[in-house]
Design a protein around this ligand. Sequence first.
Ligand code: ADP
Ligand code: DP6
Length: 532
Amino acid sequence: MPPLRPVRASVPGKVLIAGGYVVLDPAYEGLVLAVSARFQTRVAPSILLSPSPSPSNPSPSLPPPVTVGSTERIVRVHVRSPQFTDGTWDYDVYGASEPPVVHLVELAGRENPFVAAAIRIVVLANLHRHGLAELKRRFGQGNGPRGSSLSAIQITCTADNAFYSQASAVEGLPREAVAPALRDMAPQAPLGLPMAEVPKTGLGSSAVLVTSLVAALAAYLLQAPAERDAVHRLAQLAHCLAQGKIGSGFDVAAACYGACLYRRWSPSPLADALAGWDALTAPSCFAQATHPAAWTHVATPLCMPRCLHLVLADVVHGADTRHMVRGVLAWRAAHPQDAAQLWQQLDAYNRAFGACLARLASLEAARAGDPQWPKDVDAAAASRYAPSAAPAAPLVPADPSVNAVAAAMTVNMAGIRLLWAELGQRSGVAVEPPAQTALLDHLQRTVPGLVAAGVPGAGGGDAIFGLVLGEAARDALDAALAAYPQLVIRLPVDVDARAGLGETDVGAGTAPAAMSEPAGGLCQTIEPLQEL
Ligand SMILES: Nc1ncnc2c1ncn2[C@@H]1O[C@H](COP(=O)(O)OP(=O)(O)O)[C@@H](O)[C@H]1O
Ligand SMILES: C[C@@](O)(CCOP(=O)(O)OP(=O)(O)O)CC(=O)O
């Protein structure tokens, strides 16, 4: 058997700019952007390493058993997230074919449910499809260094800096030194802290971890790029099972497909599969859960106008999405009529906002090469887009000028924010807390070219986003954020110029920056075979 070639996959983080809460219902869409910050997973053959000690297990014992119950050991997996001081997990993966079961034993007793679920789902899919003997062969068993009968792989996960709060890196710096310090940080910089002590910024770290890991490991076992829809299904299953709740899945969808108008899948045909891993050992259940027909989501690609930039800022308070979702859904269940009306009104504004984005993109495409276009954008960016009164209705302008579309985007976002204020007041959940309202209103009043600003996703005290026309407006927004009396940390992201799951390099070298730019959608390249 030829040497197994390393593989890597990268995916973008997400930001839901319209559709929070309503997107949990398959009747309504969410508008999700993919951001330029990416998460990369590399899978490569490894030598067998001893398990690393952990605080709870300073001297993990070896050798672990070769069989557990009726299952056999398939492979050892060393997972490394070098940005964290405790980003080390060493698993022995056990499995059997009849029925196909997989479980993972972390050799020092550490936990990372998302890593474990991603590995487990890919191994399970391969067991269902190929059986145990073939799976061992695909992992290179018997092929290992010095004839070792147990093969090993190393999985390396690296995230762009924007995924995690960099508050500790800038702590104690004078305000004016914060932005330059963040700008000068090394890419994928070590955080110098255990994972649990680093707040996340809301770009969906678990979804990108799971999606890139599933894609990379599946491609490693195929030694060829994995099919994107299949990656989506497995990653979504693994994410749901690890998370123990059924989110809408917009984060996994954005990782796979990039910016999109997203309508979620219906949970009912998947209920058995989502009940737990045991159910997935039944071939009929696994076949149903991985059949395209069970996945009724729609991810319509969203073309972002190039003249529009995304600004995201970490407001360094943090928000508990689960808690907020529970509160909002409890109110919805208790007040179905009021909620139905509010959901429909929100949906109308969300859709109008999405239509304006599409209109701006097509306007831009139609004016490609027109020397007047950048001047029109600059002129439009000089305006302040602050709605003076509550909008009467969602607005998609007939007038195809940048100004008119930008003004309509402002109106529609104002409508969304007013309805969110109502939702917050009625449900008792602070979906746009007063501190964020003050910041957003201040920005909208003072920054020219800011066409929309809001709280992304579930809202709360996590982050704010702004959409600005042109680079000068982006700079103006940056300056306004830097001067704001409360600490607001700008995340180094814009919209993703590429889309979704990036190329899966098979046989690629170690340099993380060496990935080429896919043209859009899933783009996978197979590199020439490299001897290890
Ligand atoms: N770089 C990483 N390496 C390994 N696991 C990670 C990494 N980033 C995130 N995770 C996993 O994702 C979990 C965070 O998930 P969650 O709290 O749902 O945050 P998010 O909202 O960002 O997805 C972590 O506890 C860990 O299990
Ligand atoms: C409420 C939601 O519709 C949106 C939540 O979006 P966030 O971006 O806030 O999510 P997390 O990254 O998990 O914190 C729930 C959902 O759609 O799953």
